[in-house]
Design a protein. Structure first.
Length: 268
């Protein structure tokens, strides 16, 4: 699961309500003030929803350096810096999203063997310092089963409605049928005793330099090599973690979530 903190629904609803009231009052006063208020409202909503992207962008454009607990986040917040004796250490975090493979999704033993083999291949090919981290927690099986059943019903309803049309869209039907089969397979796995797990996998790499820039340049080069190898070996999407996401990974280096609700609070 991605390491992305999305604001809760009631927070968004509160912001929207307050913004609409303020815009109404400004509209009654002046069109110019209304436009300015609308602009600030859009910016506020953007920071609430994708602040982890915008904050990094603003710090990079403005040249802002952020410090927390002896760690330095330079402009852009793409790496984490720390002074070590007479040199500097730079750390970078990468999120790894491994998709479910259709060809092995129904065979649990084969699936484990395939994934372990690919991970071993990726690790053996990496020639720079790297630390693979997998944070896992067992999900609430009742709620998870209900959500999967709802997906099966939803796709079944879509397929039925499309089939009732005079000229059904074959492409849509094929896509929805495959999606439905994926969720049906998940239900079968639950029935067989497989416990649903929530997981976040990230890679940490560290480089050392005489100057902060040297350390940052090295760790960026390391991360590019790791991204290329991991994405190809695991057929995975590998993305840079910055800002709050990098802070979260840094915290996980010292302490992991104590239960599933805390895991969700940190990652969703």
């Amino acid at each position: 699961m991605p390491i992305r903190k999305i604001p809760k629904l009631y927070m968004m609803a509160g912001v929207v309500f307050v913004t609409l009231v303020a815009l109404y009052m400004l509209f009654q006063t002046s069109m110019l003030l209304f436009i300015i208020g609308l602009l600030f409202g859009v910016i506020t909503a953007a920071f609430l929803y994708i602040g982890y992207i915008l904050t990094a962008l603003v710090t990079k454009l403005a040249g802002i350096t952020y410090t927390k607990g002896g760690y330095v986040f330079p402009p852009g917040q793409e790496v984490v810096l720390k002074r070590s004796n007479e040199k500097y250490l730079a750390a970078k975090f990468l999120l790894v999203s491994i998709p479910e493979r259709e060809e092995v999704s129904a065979k649990s033993e084969e699936r484990v063997d395939v994934y372990l083999r690919d991970i071993e291949m990726a690790m053996s090919a990496i020639k720079v310092p790297a630390k693979f981290n997998l944070v896992m927690s067992t999900k609430d099986i009742t709620a998870y089963r209900e959500s999967i059943q709802a997906k099966v019903y939803e796709y079944g309803l879509r397929i039925k409605r499309e089939m009732e049309k005079a000229e059904p869209d074959v492409i849509k039907l094929d896509k929805w049928q495959k999606e439905k089969e994926v969720y049906e397979n998940q239900l079968r796995r639950l029935a067989s005793g497989v416990k649903p797990m929530a997981a976040a996998m990230y890679v940490m790499t560290v480089a050392k330099g005489v100057t902060p820039q040297e350390a940052m340049d090295k760790v960026q080069a390391y991360s590019k090599e790791i991204k290329a190898i991991v994405s190809n070996s695991l057929n995975a999407e590998v993305s840079d973690l910055r800002g709050e996401d990098a802070e979260l990974c840094l915290e996980w280096e010292r302490r992991i979530p104590s239960d599933f609700p805390e895991f969700l609070e940190m990652t969703v």
